[in-house]
Ligand binder design. Sequence first.
Ligand code: DX5
Ligand code: ZN
Length: 221
Amino acid sequence: MSVRIAPSVLSADFGRLAEDIARCVEGGADWIHVDVMDGRFVPNLTFGAKVIETLRRLTKLPLDVHLMVVEPEKYFDAFAAAGANVLTIHQEAAPHLHRQLHRIKELGCRAGAAINPSTPVDTLRDVARDLDLLLVMSVNPGFGGQKFIEGSVEKIAHARQLLTAAGSSAAIEVDGGVTRDTIAKCWRAGADTFVAGNAVFTAPDTAAEIRELRARCAEQA
Ligand code: DX5
Ligand code: ZN
């Protein structure tokens, strides 16, 4: 298992998006995390297909699109066409999760399911084999720069057990409050994909920060 670092563009400077993305690419980011919010599933509003298309032109890195929206299936076709590589939907917003995960795969994207801090990991048990990615939210979704919720570490461990029991090699992503101080315990618990917004974009040296986040995992391996 290797460490994957996914800077979240939510914390980028949108007036200098091209430069911020270039810094992530040159700095060794693995994926670019794209937070889509609709002001309904979460109390904040961000962006849609147009911005995904723009990001697609700025980088060849996989675009990891996190849909914090109700009725996520409405956006699958447009986001896939815009260049998304991973589409992750929330368990809480997807009553027909199995069907929707398969629809995402039909469109040629990797399919992910996310759970909020208050949602038990077990709610994903019956789709474990259908997942390419399981996203454990370590803050309540909606905003960047929040504090890591400690109980998330146990949830990551539980998620890894659940996937192993199901014979799934899906990635486990952790999103929210990931920093130099919180990343290693998530890695030890079984996460391999780390979203980092504030940590990466407020750092004076993007490459050094990405390197450091990765190194914190290696130290604890
Ligand atoms: C929160 C978003 C996150 C956010 C993470 O709702 O899903 O991806 O950008 O930001 P940080 O790393 O600053 O907590
Ligand atoms: Zn996110």
